[in-house]
Every structure is written in structure tokens, then in C-alpha cells.
Design a protein around this ligand. Structure first.
Ligand code: MF3
Ligand code: CO
Length: 257
């Protein structure tokens, strides 16, 4: 077990890349509308990341991943590959996942976008998934057990009778895209890790409106719900502080409530 505690320089760089990551999600908001393809959204993000921010996507080329963003619509849980034939339509729920690398440091964040008029269940799923992330973020501080995060998320999700995807988890992040600790989004009694000041990790619950089971598409990337129910995800990169937390990927006008 090797959890890297970040030094002041690391934290400064993680704040920089975190801010840029959140800025991509801000920038893309106005384009996520009916009629656009997920390929076009990816291209707008790619152009902004490479030509305006002058940094790189951590997704592009990662284990052979072909695009700069992951865009996951409706029953796609995660790792949706942007595609010219995937056109957003009224009522879609869309996760855009942005991972950046700047000066050797990684930032990682995702959020849902609702296209036009969505169903009641779609709206509720997005709202509760966001609430589960925010509630988990709010308990983060030096000295608490890591498994409290999963416990918190599970309590909220169970209450609303949604389900938690267990195959993916949050992760330490820094000079590695993914490192220890791995952050489960459900309760596990076996996890005895205690959070320490200056750890940095993501929390990124994937929540389904139906059953938790998932399947992998023949493209080897796209993960979908087995029962074709909707899936939502929100993700932030979090710094552990002595008396709390700092969200390194917080967007302008975003409040953790
Ligand atoms: N952003 C994802 C995460 O939260 C990783 C995506 S990897 C990709 O860890 F290759 F699919 F882009
Ligand atoms: Co992540």
C-alpha cells in the first residue's frame, strides 16, 4: 500500500490542472443541445484543450482510447466513445468526462447535462447522483476512514432505490492518472485506510436507475447498463485538508450543497 501524500508544489500544480479541467466542462455547456453529435462535442473540447489551454487530454491514447473525452448518453454508464452517428436528442442525459494532463499532473472531472425536457426519473437520477457526490465530498477531512465515503453514497442511493456500479471506483490522482487509494462508492468493512492531509483522489459514483449490472460493448470501451436503464455519474478531484476538503475541479458558480 502506497498512498502518495502531495507536497506544496504538487498541490499547486494539481490546482492548476484541476481548474483547467473544470473550465472545459464550463466551456462545453452551451454546446450540449439537441442535434449535435458526440463527435462534434469531443472536437470542440479537443480544440479548446490543445489550442486554447495548451495542455493535453489524459484520455487520448490512454490504453489505446481513441478520443479526447468520454461522452456517455442514457444507458451508457461510462467510457462512451464520441461518434458522429450519436446525435443528442430531446430528453437525453449526457455525461461528459474530462481528464487533463498539465506539466505531468492530472485532473479529472465529469458531470451530467440534461438535453431539453427530460423524464422525471432521468432528472431524479441526475439530481440524486450529484447529491451523493456532494454529500461524500462534505465528509472528507484528515483522520476519517476512507470507507466512510462509500458508506455515505450507499446510504443516499439505497434510500432512492437506485443502484451503485461496483466495477469502477474513484482513485488517487497526481503524477499518475490513477493511483492509490481506490475509493469505493459503496460500503466495504475491509477498507481500513485513514485519510491524511494532502492526499488527493477522485470520487466518481456511477448510479443506475435500474439494476447495477453492466455490460461492455464490442468496441471494448463503452460500458452500458445490462437492463438498459439510465445511468448517471458526477466526478470531482478532491484535496484532503486538516479540517475538511478542497474541490480542485470546482466550476464557476458551482456550490457543494
Ligand atoms: N476519466 C476516467 C476516470 O475517471 C477515465 C477514462 S479513461 C478513458 O478515471 F480512456 F476512457 F478515457
Ligand atoms: Co476518474
Amino acid at each position: 500500500m502506497m498512498i502518495i501524500i502531495k507536497n506544496n508544489f504538487d498541490i499547486k500544480k494539481m490546482k492548476e490542472v484541476g481548474k483547467l479541467t473544470s473550465n472545459v466542462l464550463e466551456m462545453i455547456k452551451k454546446y450540449v443541445i439537441e442535434g449535435i453529435s458526440t463527435k462534434e462535442i469531443d472536437e470542440i473540447c479537443h480544440d479548446y484543450i490543445y489550442n486554447k489551454q495548451k495542455v493535453v487530454s489524459a484520455c487520448l491514447g490512454y490504453k489505446g482510447y481513441p478520443k479526447s473525452t468520454c461522452i456517455s448518453v442514457n444507458d451508457v454508464v461510462c467510457h462512451g466513445i464520441p461518434n458522429k452517428n450519436k446525435i443528442l436528442k430531446n430528453g437525453d442525459i449526457v455525461n461528459i468526462d474530462i481528464s487533463l494532463k498539465k506539466d505531468g499532473y492530472f485532473g479529472d472531472s465529469s458531470r451530467m447535462f440534461l438535453v431539453g425536457k427530460c423524464s422525471k426519473i432521468a432528472k431524479k437520477l441526475c439530481k440524486i447522483t450529484k447529491k451523493s457526490l456532494y454529500s461524500a465530498i462534505k465528509i472528507v477531512k484528515h483522520g476519517i476512514k476512507l470507507n466512510k465515503i462509500g458508506k455515505k453514497i450507499e446510504k443516499i442511493i439505497k434510500k432512492h432505490k437506485f443502484s451503485i456500479v461496483k466495477e469502477y471506483c474513484g482513485h488517487g490522482i497526481g503524477k499518475n492518472f490513477h493511483e492509490e487509494p481506490y475509493v469505493l462508492h459503496y460500503y466495504s468493512p475491509y477498507n481500513k485506510i485513514i485519510l491524511k492531509e494532502n492526499m488527493i483522489f477522485t470520487i466518481e459514483p456511477m448510479i443506475n436507475s435500474g439494476k447495477r449490472n453492466i455490460i461492455c460493448d464490442k468496441d471494448k470501451w463503452t460500458i452500458k447498463t445490462k437492463d438498459k436503464s439510465l445511468s448517471a455519474q458526477y466526478e470531482h478531484t478532491i484535496l484532503v485538508k486538516k479540517n475538511g476538503y478542497e474541490v480542485l475541479t470546482l466550476r464557476k458558480n458551482e456550490n457543494i450543497f
